[in-house]
Structure formats: C-alpha cells, structure tokens
Design a protein around this ligand. Structure first.
Ligand code: AMP
Length: 417
C-alpha cells in the first residue's frame, strides 16, 4: 500500500485537511531567528509548524500531537528562540525535557542551527557521561537547557542550575517519558519551576496518562494535531511473509535486490540486534547495531557512522532507536514486527521524513497475524504481501542447537560505504 503525496495534494503529511502554501515570513519571527530558518534551508513550514508556531508566539500553552518526522522540534524551537532573543540573555529561560540523550542532542543541534544568528546558548544535560563538563557549561551561562530528567534533577540537587527565571518549558515525546517511567521525575522537576510560565507538551499519542499530565501542567491549552496515529504519508509499506528461521536469509536477499540508501533494521531484543548486526557485517555489509548494552561512546560512534553513511545499515531495538533522527533513512525494515501499532508508527517515522519518500518492510510469520491486522486498521488499508523471486522458501529449520539458517550464498558488498 502506498500513501503518497499525490493523495494529499500540496503537502506531505496527513492531518491538515488543507493545502498549505504559506512561507515562514507569515510568522513575523525575529529577524535573527528568521535568518536561521533561511540558513537552514526551510522554505515552507510543515503542518505542525503552521499550526503551532502562531499559538506559541501568542503565549498560549500548547498540547502538540505529532510524531517524530513531522518537524515538531522546530515548531517549539522557533517560537522559543523568538521569545528568548528579545529578553535578557545568560540565564536559563527555556527548558526542553526529552526522554533520551539522542533526542536531547538532536534538539540541541536544532536550537544551535536555527539559532545560529542569535547569541542564544543551549546546553545539554543527560546521564551516562561525566557531570562536571555539564556543570561547568551551565555555570558559564545558558539560555536554554535541553535535558533528560534524571541528570537534570542531579544538577538541580547540586545547585548547578537555577530555573527560577524559567519562562518556557517543553516536555517532548511525553509518551516515551511515560513508557520509560520518567513521570515521577518530571513531577519533581516541575516543583523547581516558576508556576507562571508557558508550557508546551508534545506527544505522538494521547493516552489516559498523557491526558492527566496535560491537565496537570498546561494552563488553558490549545491542541494542535498532525498525523496522529497515522504514519508519515510518504511512506510505502510492504509485508514479506517468511518462516521465522528464514528471516536472516530473506533479509539478505531483500537487501541484495533492493536499491537502498540507508537502512534501519528493527529487532525485538538487543541480543537479536547484536547478532543480526554481526551477521550482516559478516555478509559484507557496512552494518552496525545499536542496543542498550553499548557504552555511550560506542553508541555515539554507531549513530555518527550511520548518519555520515559509513554504516549503511543500523540494527536497533525500539528502546535503543528512540530519538534517532537520520533524515536520509530510505528503508525501515522490521526484522521482527513491533509489539504495538504505536511502535510501528514510531519505527517508520524514521523514514519518509520531511519531503522524502521511504519504504517500510516488515518480515512476518504466522504468529504476527493479529498485529498485522491491527497495523492495517490504523493504515486504513491492506498492506501489500510480497515474495522474493528465486528465494528458497522451502529450506527446513536447522536442527536444535545449531545456529539459525545462513544465507544461501555470500552477498556482494553492494551497499557498503
Ligand atoms: P522532527 O519531526 O522535528 O524530528 O523533524 C524532522 C526533520 O524535518 C528534521 O530533519 C528537520 O530538520 C526537518 N524539518 C523540520 N522542519 C522543516 C521544514 N519546514 N522544511 C524542511 N525540513 C524541515
């Protein structure tokens, strides 16, 4: 099934219901912020930006329902920069809380690139790395802090960050924060913030918990909604039915027969991610795996390598992949089907990003039938079932104790860097 731009004339996303022709000048952003937008090469706002930016600039609290890949980061970063550039700088007036360090780093990068013509300083704060460097940067003066909850609380405890002048709070990917058990930390952080402030809450989904959090933290909010529970409209989806023991062989054959740029492969467990990464590398692919057990530096090296194209394939679990923003992912391949439809949307949110098209392939076996039906329900259509020509679907499972079936032949190094 392909849901493409052709079905949504004039724009790339679902959920606007109207053609968007506006450009960024309509917002009247501060000239130094507008200059950052131009330097970044953005021409037209995405739907979430078109809806949210004017409301945030008017000082309203906003509940933003948007998945990653919709341009949601700039939807809160631009009005935040617009506000902060106009007041006294050098103290923390903006706080962005994110569930993962990757998301925190990316958001910080967005602040830096869109704010390159301003003097706004942003500092990231997250665990897994030394606290001293972050403490020093905070003491040198920051306007925006982009933080993961636990480390931020540590630094508040150490007196390294003063949030008493905070004007704008953003809680990003609130649904992930909830999944990862961060809500108690968030509540503790809220206790350190001025009550009078602007609060923006972003989430891909709206569960009971998120609604309760919104009621607690937002004051008279407006809700903006883009593509909720519907994946980016530029992604095409396909299923590859296969017996579980033939998944690796089929994946290798699929990679051989498909023209890919960079490929993100999802597995159910970190063990499977590591093993599959090794098998792909052995077969000649420039592949790395990302799983929870990696040290921060190895994790960063895998991500940087994937971003730069040194690794053309990255194998990851859902948790490990959170916050990955690789604009050029051409294919997401679900080696294992996800456990929930939301996870499916998050996974494929990594491809078909703004103005690009992408493919989402899912390897499926009999036991995945229920989940396939659920995914088809949220996509409002049947997904194509595909088979690979010349692939031997009849190979029997190896006897117990043996390693999983190996590919019929070694692959050429076609997609390696
Ligand atoms: P996000 O949903 O915030 O993770 O953004 C997804 C990607 O879209 C990022 O790579 C952004 O740089 C890019 N992006 C955001 N806004 C725009 C825009 N108005 N025009 C083109 N690209 C954009």
């Amino acid at each position: 099934m392909i849901v493409g731009p052709g079905m949504h004339p004039g724009f790339f996303f679902r959920g606007t219901g109207k053609k968007e022709n506006m450009d960024f000048s309509a917002f009247n952003l501060h000239p130094r912020v507008a200059a950052g937008v131009t330097a970044q090469g953005y021409v037209n706002p995405t739907p979430i930006q078109a809806q949210a930016i004017p409301k945030v600039m008017n000082g309203r609290d906003v509940m933003g329902l948007a998945q990653t890949g919709t341009g949601k980061t700039a939807a809160f970063v631009l009005p935040m920069l617009h506000r902060l550039v106009q007041g006294k700088q050098g103290r923390v007036r903006g706080l962005i809380v994110a569930p993962t360090r990757e998301l925190a780093e990316q958001t910080h990068e967005t602040v830096r690139s869109l704010g390159r013509k301003t003097r706004i300083r942003s500092v990231t704060v997250y665990g897994g790395v030394g606290v001293r460097g972050q403490e020093v940067k905070l003491r040198q003066g920051a306007d925006i802090v982009v933080a993961c909850p636990g480390r931020l609380l540590d630094l508040i405890g150490r007196g390294a960050v003063d949030l008493s002048r905070l004007e704008v709070l953003v809680l990003d990917e609130a649904d992930h924060m909830f999944d990862m058990g961060f809500l108690p930390d968030i509540r503790r952080i809220l206790g350190h913030l001025p009550r009078k402030r602007q609060t923006l809450l972003f989430s891909a989904t709206m569960s009971g918990e998120i609604r309760r959090l919104a009621e607690e933290v937002l004051h008279d909010p407006v809700t903006v909604r883009v593509g909720v529970s519907a994946p980016a409209a530029t992604v095409s989806h396909a299923l590859y039915p296969v017996e579980p023991h033939l998944k690796t062989a089929l994946l290798l054959d699929l990679l051989r027969k498909t023209d890919t740029e960079s490929v993100l492969v999802f597995t159910r467990t970190k063990h499977r991610a590591r093993r599959l990464g090794e098998q792909l590398a052995k077969s000649g692919y420039a592949a790395a795996s990302l799983q929870g057990n990696l040290s921060q530096s190895r994790r960063q090296a895998a991500l940087d390598g994937f971003r730069k194209g040194t690794y053309r394939i990255l194998v990851a679990t859902d948790i490990a992949a959170r916050g990955i923003d690789v604009t050029r992912v051409s294919h997401v391949i679900n080696y294992d089907i996800p456990n929930t439809t939301d996870a499916y949307i998050h996974r494929i949110g990594r491809t078909g990003r703004v103005a690009r098209t992408g493919d989402a392939f899912t390897l499926v076996s009999h036991e995945d039938r229920e989940m396939v039906r659920a995914i088809e329900r949220i996509l409002h259509g049947r997904i194509d079932r595909r088979t690979l020509d010349d692939f031997d679907y009849g190979v029997r499972p190896a006897r117990k104790g043996k390693s999983p079936a190996q590919p019929p032949r070694r692959t050429a190094c076609r997609v390696s860097a």
